[in-house]
Design a protein around this ligand. Structure first.
Ligand SMILES: C=C(O[C@@H]1C=C(C(=O)O)C=C[C@H]1O)C(=O)O
Ligand SMILES: [Mg+2]
Length: 463
């Protein structure tokens, strides 16, 4: 492309990282616990760590330190901006012949137009970082990479110091006994604005009945208080033990830590194959095999849950048809059964069209009607108006992308924000014409369970 074909902002984007050099170096290491590596970074890199494990447990990523952070100035075009910045940064990679590639990890807030003051004080509306030290465990092989992104010419000394530090952290992760953690003791539990939440469901239902929207997802928060500051490693340890069938993620922003165990994939791209998950419609697990099957059967036949689900399938299918060839969508949903809950589930697949990217899919999919509603813009403004909180990164896209544009984003539900001696837990549900506040309220309790269990705040009658 010659320079005349750039608009002025594009010209800026294209040259933005020209002065930088992006050095990478990867070594293969013998097996180690990802959590132990995360913990090994707690002294020097607290506040700049990240953790990711896919649902299938075939890909684990830990990042310690920030080699470079990317944020966006303005929410218009924030997805494009991150994509362009990442592409131009990758053009500066000096030594490309590496066994694993550097990744960019992070996420986008749910709704940058929600201006309510909130607990999300450390999280900007877009927050991505290239880790300084990156552990990737893939197909049972572990690789540690060093990333240095700098304008300095003299990098030899820095790199040497980083190698020493890498070896120290690898050593610590390999030889230290695997830590076990006690569950933290909750001293207070507070349901945030419960009455407003119940009322907002009635209001939204009335709006749906008046045909001004079809589906709107309404959420609420729980706040837990502790005597001691909560530990991110302990929180990740609990979810990794207790939520085997979910994406596990954690991201530090200074002294705040957002983490979760979500079953919901927003989108994955691997070698131009794209995959998304329609997940909406819920019922608890039964206490016996029979009651579990009974609940599943009822869920499959339930008109209200099927309609909640169908909005998601239609929207995701449309977005896929725009960006993919050969989109495949099963005609009827199946079930996704996880520890506490069962959902209606429809996987959507396609082949990315030439010119379309992972970030195009993230931008057009987020939020799907599983977390936003239908129509999208109307639902977003109703959420802004009636939901009495700011979701921050709850229900937002969190994930990673590599230098070739492969990557995966999950929908950050079943999640909590740790803020020193407090934790905020979030859960919501899809409101359609025949929803009731009481049953939605109960559904949120089921969705809180994974985080309640991890953070030691379960209810009396729950395991
Ligand atoms: C909103 C949440 O979950 C979403 C809402 C669902 C529903 O209403 O049935 C099901 C799965 C998720 O897409 C949440 O977990 O907080
Ligand atoms: Mg629901």
């Amino acid at each position: 492309m010659n320079s005349q074909s750039f608009s002025s902002t594009e010209k800026y984007e294209a040259t933005r990282f020209l002065a930088y050099r992006f050095y990478t170096e990867t070594i293969e290491v013998s097996g180690m616990s990802a959590l132990a590596f995360f913990e090994a970074g707690s002294v020097r890199y607290k506040g700049q760590r990240m953790f990711w494990q896919n649902r299938e447990k075939t890909f684990t990523l830990v990042g310690l330190g920030h080699a470079h952070t990317l944020t966006t100035g303005n929410h218009h075009g924030r997805f494009e901006e991150i994509q362009k910045d990442w592409q131009s940064l990758c053009k500066q990679i000096v030594n490309e012949e590496q066994s694993v590639q550097p990744v960019l990890f992070g996420g986008f807030s749910f709704d940058p137009l929600n201006k309510q003051q909130s607990e999300w004080i450390r999280f900007p509306e877009t927050y991505f970082a290239v880790p300084m030290f990156q552990l990737i465990i893939k197909d049972d092989r572990a690789f540690v990479s060093i990333h240095l992104i700098t304008k300095e010419e003299e990098t030899f000394k820095t790199f040497d110091a980083m190698r020493k530090e890498r070896d120290t952290m690898i050593h610590a992760a390999q030889v230290s006994e695997l830590a076990t953690y006690e569950k933290p003791v909750v001293v207070e539990r507070q349901e945030m604005k419960k009455e407003q939440y119940m009322q907002s469901i009635e209001k939204v239902k009335a709006i749906i009945k008046a045909n001004q929207a079809e589906k709107v997802v309404i959420a609420r928060a729980l706040k837990l208080k502790y005597e001691k500051t909560l530990s991110p490693s302990a929180a990740l340890y609990q979810v990794s033990k207790e939520q085997p069938e979910s994406f596990l993620f954690g991201i530090e922003a200074e002294d705040q830590f957002f983490f979760g165990a979500t079953p919901e994939r927003l989108v994955k791209v691997e070698n131009r194959k794209a995959l998304s998950t329609c997940l909406a419609g819920s019922t608890p697990r039964g206490k016996t095999v029979e009651s579990d099957a009974q609940l599943a059967e009822e869920l499959m036949r339930d008109r209200k849950n099927r309609s909640e689900h169908q909005y998601v399938v239609s929207m995701i299918s449309q977005v896929f048809k725009k960006h993919c060839e050969e989109t495949v969508v099963p005609k009827t949903p199946s079930l996704m059964k996880i520890r506490d809950i069962q959902h209606l589930y429809t996987p959507v697949k396609g082949e990315l069209r030439l010119g379309s990217t992972l970030f195009d899919l993230v931008r057009d999919l987020h939020p799907t009607p599983a977390l936003g509603g239908e129509p999208k813009q109307a639902a977003l403004s109703l959420i802004r108006q009636y939901e009495s909180m700011n979701r921050g990164f709850y229900a937002a896209p969190i994930g990673w992308v590599d230098a070739e544009g492969n990557g995966e984003f999950a929908v950050a539900i079943r999640s909590a924000l740790i803020n020193e001696k407090e934790a905020y837990l979030y859960a919501g549900g899809g409101i359609v014409e025949d929803s009731t506040p009481e049953s939605e309220y109960l559904e949120t309790w089921v969705k809180f369970r994974p985080m309640l269990r991890a953070l030691g705040g379960q209810l009396r009658d729950e395991s």
